[in-house]
Design a protein around this ligand. Structure first.
Ligand code: ADP
Length: 262
């Protein structure tokens, strides 16, 4: 428990530090970007080399501004909307995107029961959580492999809740995203959720994917576990508090809503 608390505090202070820096950086980048955009207009006759330099300046200032935006939105822990939703729809949608955009060498499999409980959440944010986990899974399998997404209902009991600071007794949905990729070395597992922690090349990764995942899941009162075997693969398990039983209702069973066709 102490380790969990320590980790939570550490992540929080990194987040605070990061957003402070991002704020200042934003103020620095704004005039640089404005200048880079304005100068070519003021000097339309500038020579090729100067125009090229200004272009590079603008591209990079824009890149910096994008990064700052990502950090700020991550650190703010955007609240998001809350509706009661079926995660199955989100998983199906994500799987469809993956099948269209991921290399053919990666097999995508999904396993989601029809009677999956509902969760109260922001569908855009939960979509982002799944995408971030899947993009990491893809990057972990440069030579192909299997990416599986599954979900199941789970009743967390008193004992489990006592062992895990973040869990509460009650119904949860567990989403598992597994890959057969390179895995994560044990000594790295503690750090992967830190903002800016990345093992990817510059330009390939910001190190904000998993910290965003954690931020979103925390704001949904859920938690995340990771299991990894270097050389054979990784599983991320996302736990979200569920609204038990709702899914068995068909639309006809729901109370009539105002404006719904009379
Ligand atoms: P990024 O993807 O930009 O590096 P993330 O926060 O999403 O940032 O991930 C941080 C690091 O965690 C990655 O650089 C990688 O080393 C490790 N990682 C995350 N997911 C996986 C995975 N499925 N398999 C192997 N390593 C992973």
């Amino acid at each position: 428990l102490e380790a969990q608390l320590f980790r939570a505090q550490r992540l929080e202070s990194i987040g605070t530090l990061a957003s402070g820096i991002a704020h200042d950086l934003n103020n620095i980048l704004t005039p640089i970007l404005a200048g880079a955009q304005l100068l070519p207009l003021k000097f339309p006759d500038a020579d090729e080399r100067t125009r090229h330099l200004l272009e590079i300046l603008e591209i990079n200032a824009r890149r910096g501004a994008d990064l700052v935006r990502q950090v700020l939105s991550f650190a703010r822990g955007v609240e998001g909307k809350r509706i009661t939703l079926q995660l199955r729809h989100i998983i199906v949608e994500v799987a469809k995107i993956l099948k269209e955009t991921f290399p053919k060498s990666i097999e995508i499999s999904t396993d989601v029961p029809q009677d999956l409980w509902m969760v109260s959440g922001d569908s855009t944010q939960l979509h982002q959580v799944l995408m971030n986990l899947c993009v990491n899974a893809r990057d972990a399998m440069p030579n192909g492999g299997t990416l599986s997404i599954s979900a199941e209902n789970l009743l967390i009991d008193e004992n489990y809740a006592r062992m895990n600071l973040e869990a509460k007794e009650g119904p949860y949905i567990v989403i598992t995203v597994s890959d057969t990729g390179v895995g994560i070395p044990k000594e790295m597992l503690d750090r992967i959720f830190e903002p800016f922690f990345t093992t990817k090349d510059v330009g390939q990764g910001t190190g904000l994917g998993l910290s965003t995942v954690l931020g979103i899941i925390k704001s949904h009162k859920g938690f995340v576990n990771v299991y990894s075997e270097p050389g054979s693969g990784t599983s991320f398990k996302v736990y979200l508090p569920a609204v038990e039983g709702m899914e068995t209702l068909s639309p006809e069973d729901l109370p009539p809503q105002t404006g719904h066709g009379e």
